[in-house]
Each structure stands twice: as C-alpha cells, then as structure tokens.
Design a protein around this ligand. Structure first.
Ligand code: WTA
Length: 681
C-alpha cells in the first residue's frame, strides 16, 4: 500500500464549493425523489441483507433462496439455495410485455443500422445455446468470447449464461499472446470469435490473433467464428488482410462458421435444447480478467444471483431507465462496464440499448453527437477520457446537433476533472441533464458510489455518496475512519451481492489482494479517497501499481514483463504520468543488455529505432492499449539499498522531467537516486 496521493498531484482539482441540485425537468420524472432518498439509505443501512433481498425479488427465480447470506470473509454466498438464470431474466421474462420492443439498436461505423427486438434476440440466443449444447458443453464449462462489437457478441454472452457455460470475454484490443494467456487460465473449451471489426475506417483483423492463440491453447476444442466479410456486412472499410474462412480446423480445434452452425439447429432441437438452465445462485456467470499489481492478470469470478441483483438494482437507480428510453453505454463488452451496463443490467431491466461499433469520431469528428441526434438517445454513459477528447474538438460540434432527447449523462472508469464535468453538463446536457459520476470496479461488479439522479445534488469531480446497501468508508492504515477533509483508503466494510467471489484458480491471491490490508473482512479497493464535510467521496486514484490509461486498467508489472521479454532489455520499470486526455500515460524506464547498450549509446538514430521496436513489441505481446507513450533509457534504475526500484522518484521524473525521443545517450538516474535513497528506506 502506498501513501495516499495528495490531491495536488492529481488532475482532479477539488472544488467543493460548486454543487448542482437535480434539475426540475428531471425531478418530475425521476423514480426516486429527494424525499425518499433519506429513508432508502436509512433502511438499507439498518438492514442491508433485507435491502438486497428486496432487490433480488425483482428478478425471476426458478426456486426461491433459503438464506440470504453466508459470510466467511473473504467468501460470500448470496441467496443460497435459490435457482436462477441470467439469460431468462434478460430475455424470456420480458417476452409477455416487450417481445416487439427494441432490445438492441446497433450501428456500424459505415452507417448500417440493425434493430433486434427482445423476441429476435431471444431467438438468436436460443439457437446458439442449442448449438453449444449439441457440441457437448455442460454447465460450468468455460467459453472464451473474443468478438467485435456486433449484436452477436451480446448473443454470445447470453447464450453462455443460458446454458450455464461460464464466459470469459477478452477485449478485442488484446493480441494473441494476451488472448492465449487468458484462454489457458480459464481452460476454455470453446472460443467464440469473428473475422474482425471496424475501427476508424479500417478492418481490424481478429481471426489471425485467434488462430495464433488457439494453437497454444490445448483445452480449446471448438472455434466458432462469424464471417462478416462474406456475409456482405462490410461496407466502406479498407479491408486489410484477414484470413478467408477455412472450414475445418484451427490447429487442434474444430472450426465452425457461426451462421452455418446455427443453421444446423432445427426447430425441434431448439425447443428441446434451447431453454434456460436453472442454476444455483452462486453459479459462476463469468470470469473477467483484469490487471493487478503482479504480472499475471486476475480472473475475477462473478456469481449469477448476487451479480444480477446488484446490476439490476443499480441500473434502475442510477440510470432511471424507462420503457421510452434509448440508453447508450459506450464501453466495449471486453470490460466490466460492458458486462454490467451494456448487457446484464439494462437487459434485465427490459431497456432498449444502443450499440455502436467503431470510433466515435469517424468519419467526422461529430459522429457521436450525430448518432445521439439520429437515434434520439436519452441516456448516455461514457468515460471521462472520451469527454476530454471531445472537449478538445470544441463546443460547436455538440451544439450544432439536436440533443434535446438526452435526459441523463453518466461517466465511469476514472476520476473526472471538474472542467470536463462542467463541459459535459453545459455542452452535452445543455445544463439540464443530471450527471452521474459512477465509481466502481471489475471486482465490485456493480456501481458502488454514484448520485441517484433526481435525489442527490452533485458536485463536479465527486462520485458523491455510496448507493444504498454499501458500507463504504475512507480509513487510515489502521482501518479507522479519517476525519472529514483528510485523505485515506477507500474500503467497503460489509459484503454486497455483486462482489467478486474469487480469482479463478487462485483463492489465496483473492484474499491477499483485497482482504489482507484491513481486518474483519473489510474489502480494500486499492484506491485513495477523501471525504468532504457533506460526506461526499472524492476518489483520488490508485494507491497500488495499477495504471488507469483512458479508463483502461493496466498493471505496471504486466507491461514490465512484456518489456523484459525483449532480448535487448535487461530491466524495465513502468510508471504513469498525468495526461490531459488519457488521465495517465505510460512511461517506461529501461536498462539495456550490454551489447544493445553499446549499439545505441551516442547513436540517436539507433536509439529512436529501438524505442519504436520496443513499443511494437509491447503492442504485440499485450495490445496497443499497453504501448508505452514514452521510453527512457538509463544506465541503471534507481534503487534502494535493498534493491527496490524507487518508483516514486521515477514517477516524479516522468511527470516533471523532460521526456523526448531525442535523448542521445543513456541517462544516469543513479546519481539522482543517491539523493533520495535514505528518505525511502
Ligand atoms: C477507477 C471500471 C474515479 C478506480 C468500472 C477503480 C474511478 C478502477 C471511477 C476500476 C470514478 C472507476 N471515479 N475513479 N467514477 N470509476 N474508477 O476495474 O481507480 O476497470 O479502482 O472498473 O477505476 O477499474 P475497472
């Protein structure tokens, strides 16, 4: 645990003087009003188990639970004895009233729009579940999903949920190496994938990555791939090389064409084998890999009943979704936001969702606003990074569009600076839409801190207060609450239904990562925070070695491991530096092996080429999202006498020092280090 970052070091400037009460327009239609808020919090605080049981009752259970909670820290079990299915709750139960309602409205980057109703989505999910069962999949088997942002990606997740096959979605921006590690860790039997997707007018090939990965994944028996190039779905994108479909095999695995496989499912197959599996409440719905402080990504395991309870309740409270809303969450399905608030939460609530595949600024910089205008989107949920990059493009773009359909705006993933918050409010929400800044994590499964719009005044830069049912606090190292105004560690004292159940295959690591810093089963988020006089929480960012780059979580060790895997690199230390748009940028300090060091020393051309080579290497090993923005070469890394890298010094250097590609010789950081060593030890 590092010291709490001081607010001056962060891009978040605390401005507690400003506060916005929910606008009248919103209050008149809000489900939860300010008058009910206090009672809601009071009741949930007095009896959190009863509060969450009441939330669980909004789901449809095949068999009711016998007991609400078993809590043996770090192990929690919720709604014990209950039988449930997530896909049934997202689909079947809406068919009586919403069969012909739009479930998904999809737009592709070239402009094509496809709308699927609840009944169409249900039909597609039944087909895929049947096909997977026909291939021999059983509840508890793992399925990897590595797909572009197409309708079938949602089908893939729900079809797995229907059969009880635990899915693990891998973000399409990860490359073969990262994909292989995740598939192997999960021991997936099936990979659901596609030939590629659109991004900024280009065709992003996924199949080559899948093929490379699967060749090194012995547990994979089947690869099911959706061929868009052939299906005539490609319009306007520059097609780069991507493999033609070769029905047959990917290494040792059988390769199936998605549509051809679904065509083999007869109506009677579907009726006999397409139904939802009644699963234990604790059945693992999915594994999602996220970065931690050590090299290997953690496979966070989520349950079915507790997870759905958390995401449905928070979807309703935070997004206040109504049948007439069209809700757009811009996250990719490869991240937790894509799981909880692009699939499970809003579909369990019976909402209409908008999904866009492509870059929000392509082919014109106002694409995002044009889509809000065209589809009359009413609730928008996006990341501060996106807001900051649109801010740079100027207010004329959103202002030139009719965005009167918007009624609520959300942000997630990283602290939002008050300037971006204000810009979002004034220029996107025309000063009348409440903003919900939602704080949560892959591990929490659902939103933990957020305003309830219509009920709570907001302050730009603060996620405001914990939602009902969460016992959140800001504490010192000993676990005592800090006084208002001071910094501390952000913790959750009591269990909540959508909390992660374990790290796949590594329960010890689960305990160590989240439950070892404080006693009595207190969960530590890894974030520093500050509570103000009104009890509002201001998240100050991670206090561990996790970076937040454009709202994506990345472990410094993961990037370091990729760098030292390069034959020329001896040692690497990765730190973050504040970045105006991305929140944090990645800076790598590197020492080279002797031969390589001789080659580049005093040779700017060779140094620049090596820098590029190492950036490409990280892209290849992990994906473009982990590519260092800056590389600095040093003779040696600054260390304490006991050999620990002085990260604080590197962070300061990265933030303040001149960083450029034209360093012609290796830096001597050890000189600087001698000045700091005694202080650190
Ligand atoms: C950060 C994303 C400030 C935080 C849902 C957390 C935030 C990490 C916010 C989790 C917010 C997320 N304000 N910081 N509203 N939301 N974070 O697992 O550091 O990808 O620990 O989950 O993002 O990232 P993850």
């Amino acid at each position: 645990m590092s010291p709490i970052p001081s607010s001056e070091n962060l891009s978040v400037t605390l401005r507690e003087t400003r506060s916005f009460s929910p606008s009248e327009d919103f209050v008149s239609k809000a489900t939860i009003k300010a008058t009910g808020y206090g009672q809601l919090i009071q009741a949930a605080t007095a009896d959190p188990e009863a509060y969450w049981a009441n939330a669980a009752e909004e789901l449809t259970w095949f068999k009711p639970w016998d007991k609400i909670l078993n809590w043996n820290p770090p192990q929690s079990e919720w709604f014990i004895g209950g039988k449930i299915n997530a896909s049934f709750n997202c689909l079947d139960r809406h068919l009586t009233t919403r069969a012909r309602k739009a479930a998904l409205v999809w737009e592709g980057e070239p402009g094509e729009v496809i709308t699927w109703t609840y009944s169409e989505l249900h039909f597609q999910v039944e087909l895929l579940t049947t096909a997977l069962r026909k291939l021999g999949l059983k509840p508890g088997d793992r399925v990897a999903i590595y797909m572009p942002m197409i309708l079938e990606a949602t089908v893939a997740m729900l079809a797995c949920a229907r059969g009880g096959f635990t899915h693990t979605v891998i973000f399409g921006g990860f490359n073969a190496e990262a994909l292989k590690d995740r598939i192997n860790d999960a021991q997936a039997r099936v990979v659901l994938t596609g030939d590629g997707g659109y991004r900024k007018g280009s065709w992003i090939d996924l199949r080559t990555q899948t093929d490379k990965a699967v060749a090194a994944c012995p547990t994979v028996e089947h690869v099911i791939s959706i061929q868009r190039k052939l299906a005539g779905q490609l319009r306007g994108a520059t097609v780069q090389d991507s493999p033609e479909p070769t029905p047959g095999r990917v290494a040792h695995a059988l390769l199936h064409d998605w549509h051809a496989l679904l065509h083999t499912v007869t109506p009677s197959d579907r009726r006999a084998m397409g139904g939802p599996e009644p699963l234990d409440s604790e059945h693992p719905l999915f594994i999602l890999y996220t970065s931690g402080t050590t090299g290997k990504p953690k496979g966070i395991v989520h349950s079915t009943g507790g997870y759905l309870t958390g995401v449905l309740r928070t979807t309703q409270q935070v997004f206040d979704l109504k049948d007439e809303d069209l809700y757009w969450c811009t996250a990719d399905i490869g991240w937790i936001t894509g799981h909880s608030y692009l699939v499970y939460g809003p579909l369990a609530a019976g909402a209409s969702l908008f999904i866009y595949e492509g870059a929000p600024n392509h082919p014109t910089p106002d694409r995002i606003w044009a889509m809000i205008e065209r589809h009359r989107i009413s609730v928008l949920y996006t990341a501060p990074t996106a807001i900051r990059s649109f801010m740079r493009l100027g207010i004329e773009l959103p202002r030139s569009r009719d965005m009167s359909s918007l009624r609520l705006l959300g942000t997630v993933g990283e602290p939002i600076n008050p300037e971006a918050w204000m810009w979002y409010r004034e220029n996107v929400g025309s000063g009348r839409c409440p903003i919900v800044d939602t704080y949560w994590q892959t591990e929490t499964g659902a939103i933990v801190i957020s305003p309830i719009p219509g009920a709570l005044a907001t302050k730009p830069g603060s996620a405001t207060r914990p939602l009902p049912g969460y016992d959140v606090d800001v504490v010192d190292k000993q676990g005592n609450p800090v006084p208002a105004g001071s910094g501390g560690y952000l913790v959750i004292r009591k269990p909540w239904p959508s909390m992660a159940r374990t790290i796949h295959g590594d329960p010890e690591r689960f305990k160590k990562a989240y439950f070892s810093d404080f006693e009595n089963g207190v969960y530590f988020t890894g974030d520093g925070a500050r509570k103000d006089n009104d009890g509002y929480i201001w998240c100050l960012g991670r206090v561990d070695d996790v970076l937040n780059v454009s709202g994506h979580r990345l472990g410094t060790m993961e990037i370091e491991s990729a760098l030292v895997a390069h034959p020329k690199v001896a040692e690497a230390a990765v730190v973050g530096r504040p970045d105006e748009i991305k929140g944090q940028a990645i800076v790598a300090f590197i020492t080279l092996k002797a031969v390589a060091a001789n080659e580049v020393s005093g040779n700017p051309g060779a140094l620049a080429a090596l820098k590029k080579e190492l950036q490409q290497h990280v892209t290849h090993e992990i994906g473009a999202l982990a590519r260092p923005d800056d590389l600095r070469f040093a003779d040696a890394l600054p260390k304490t006498r006991s050999g620990k890298i002085l990260r604080r010094l590197l962070r300061e250097l990265a933030a303040g020092g001149q960083i450029s590609g034209d360093v012609t010789t290796l830096e001597d950081l050890t000189v600087l280090a001698t000045l700091q060593k005694d202080e650190e030890e």
